[in-house]
Ligand binder design. Structure first.
Ligand code: NDP
Length: 300
């Protein structure tokens, strides 16, 4: 059997189109334009690329994009003052502080200074608590994207065995909470898990969020399972030329694709969903701020 390849690029394009449609309607009917502020501190090249992409896609769906680029030596006080201003600005519905921050800045303190209603990354401790207690939260973008793909593929997830490998605050834990919210029987595996192969083989839904290239081989995958590979790992690719690299996931795609029922590739799977869900979250935050009906199917 060869798995269906879940096309994250196409799926993300669909989400962006739905967001854009809703934004157009919002503007026409209420005169409101959702706004996303992105704060970048320092010159990390990868972060700069992400921020540029976020800004471009925000504008493409008809929202306002506000970019705040601060020097690496920005003090905590100055950063917190900017967040205070953005919290108070009615044109800003979503605030994202690009991580990682330079070492002298306390990321927890900074994230928790964001108004939880504008916390479109879903990292504020209030949103973590709301998600954990099954209440309406802003949900972290990457796990939200994974959930959308799973619902699209499988419909009702009730009663399915889900295994999430990885327990980070940004992917593993919120992913597990979302699957629990959709009535899966959830196992969270991590670096101390015993018999990881056996644990993975139980999964109807297997989510890998580890950061280790190809660590999950096909024979850890239950036949017919849906495999969501969140991992993004850059490895040497001498076949492409000297010094060249390529991206691979945490799942060994070549062997897993022969066993799974459906699988996300890397690149082109989960990756493109993250910014699409950021835009969806910004739209949701805007609707909630104005007491308007939330877009359907774009939240958890
Ligand atoms: P973290 O490093 O924060 O967490 C990795 C998790 O994997 C930890 O919980 C760790 O366990 C677990 N782990 C490490 N080694 C093993 C092992 N041998 N067996 C089982 N579990 C193990 O990573 P993130 O969650 O931030 O990211 C995970 C991957 O997802 C990365 O490749 C990252 O690049 C990618 N990513 C992709 C995104 C996207 O598509 N847009 C967004 C965010 C991340 P323990 O807690 O015990 O140490």
């Amino acid at each position: 059997m060869t798995a269906t390849i879940i096309d994250g690029k196409a799926f993300a394009a669909g989400i962006r189109a739905r967001v854009a449609e809703h934004v157009t309607r919002l503007k026409e009917e209420s005169g409101i334009t959702p706004g996303l502020a992105v704060v970048l501190v320092g010159e990390d090249p990868a972060s700069a690329v992400y921020v540029r992409n976020k800004g471009r896609q925000t504008v493409e769906v008809g929202m306002n994009s506000y970019e705040h680029k601060l020097p690496a030596e920005t003090s905590e006080g100055d950063l917190l003052a900017l967040i205070e201003r953005l919290n108070a600005d009615p044109a800003v519905h979503g605030i994202l502080v690009q991580l990682p921050l330079p070492k002298h800045l306390n990321a927890d303190l900074v994230i928790n200074a964001i108004d939880p209603a504008k916390d479109v990354d879903g990292f504020h401790i209030s949103n973590v608590g709301l998600l954990g207690t099954g209440q309406k939260a802003m949900v972290p973008c990457t796990p939200l994207g994974c959930l959308m793909m799973l619902r699209d593929r499988l419909g009702d997830l009730s009663g399915l065995d889900a295994v999430v490998v990885g327990r980070s605050n940004i992917v593993g834990k919120p992913m597990a909470q979302l699957l629990l919210g959709d009535n899966c029987t959830v196992t969270i595996a991590h670096s101390r898990t015993k018999n990881l192969a056996e644990v993975c083989r139980r999964a109807d839904i297997l989510v890998a969020a580890v950061g280790r290239p190809g660590m999950i081989p096909g024979d850890w995958v239950k036949p017919g399972a849906t495999v969501i590979d969140v991992g993004i790992n850059r490895i040497p690719a001498p076949e492409k030329g000297e010094g060249k690299t390529r991206l691979v996931g945490d799942v060994d795609f070549a062997s897993a694709v022969e066993v799974a029922g459906a699988i996300t590739p890397v690149p082109g799977g989960v990756g493109p969903m993250t910014i699409a869900c950021l835009l969806a979250n910004t739209l949701t935050a805007c609707c909630r701020a104005h007491g308007l009906t939330e877009p359907e199917g774009l939240t958890a």
